[in-house]
Design a protein around this ligand. Sequence first.
Ligand SMILES: C[S@@+](CC[C@H](N)C(=O)[O-])C[C@H]1O[C@@H](n2cnc3c(N)ncnc32)[C@H](O)[C@@H]1O
Length: 394
Amino acid sequence: MKRARLILPQEYISALEEVLGIPLSDESVRTREAKKQLEKFATSVEEVSKGLTTGRDQFLARKYLKDPEIRKAYALYYTTTNFLKPFIPLKELFINRVLNSPLHALDLGAGTGAAALGLLHFLHQSDFKSEVHLTLVDAVEQNLADATKIIKAYAKTLPFTVTIETRTKNIADRDLSFAKEFDLIMMMNTLNELDASGDQQLLQMFTSSLRTDGAILLIEPAARPSSRRLLQFRDIAADTKFTVYAPCTRQDGCPALLDESDWCHTEVSWERPAFIKFIDDLIGTLRLSLKYSYIVLNNNGETLHGRLGHQRLSRVVSEVLDEKGRVRFFLCNEQGRTEHIANKRDKSEANADVRQLERYDLVQNDNIEVREHDNRITEASTVNIVLPNTGARY
Ligand SMILES: C[S@@+](CC[C@H](N)C(=O)[O-])C[C@H]1O[C@@H](n2cnc3c(N)ncnc32)[C@H](O)[C@@H]1O
């Protein structure tokens, strides 16, 4: 199976060039002038990258995106490396379903607009022709001003109407409410900056702000602490009245949380632009693929496997290791998170899809031999990829 790589739309790159005043095409990145400009951006990207890992609490307390140089660098590097992350979860969310029009979307912790921009790209790819009304919320007013500029520059290239409303507000405030309900609430790379003591209140705000057929998309970095923070939030949501639509194929507690060393994330291949490679090479970051954790929740009981017409499915939640004589991977489903072994001598037509598997594929499997420490895929087992993780590594 040929897997597609995700590609940034040229219109987005042009919007960034227009707002940041820097040439970003692959050819211009080779010029001395552009390199000099990118080196300056790279210094601030490095500051963010280090700040979000070591000395994190002080860095967050400083509201790092208030600094104009950091905000520009964030828009250039992080908005670009985050732009495509909503694409696959949104594909899963809207599969076999007509998009509401007009569409009302909320982006919490909008920063310089990556989640909202990613939504617009998805809608464009989905042939959406109606109106999108975006509401952006962030504690830092200057973020919202910059996000608005980038979104406007991108939106003018799109064949549908985009309106933007902004609110400078602390997401943790008790009185955060909206005069309307949303089809989609997105929060990307922000939950890990919020105190977990406010999770119940956040869920209440989700409930009162969501249409009955609406959904919540949460995306967090694939690093263990932020991924586990998201999985813990998922469990609290599932314990109240939320349904986990995707990526999970179970509603019970997340099995990755049972062992401190586990977490769960997808990995999607993309065409890394030359300006991101230039910065990566300079400061040692490496965005060869897009790795992130996501959860889609709703309040209406719908699940992705139900939407696909299946009673139950499994998600590949690890790398698929092709070893001498066997293939190994973890599947997550109603039974838990279990290692599966497919010996090459047991290869058959019914389990042929094992050789095509990628992390985060959704599979239907039957007749698996359950063993004490793992499960064995026998010659009689069936393994069918029902929904491939588009853009998976190949
Ligand atoms: C890492 S950035 C993510 C920005 C954007 N969503 C993205 O993925 O590129 C986190 C954002 O959340 C905002 N934020 C953090 N805590 C917040 C809070 N309590 N209320 C409102 N915004 C908050 C920050 O100002 C920042 O813009």
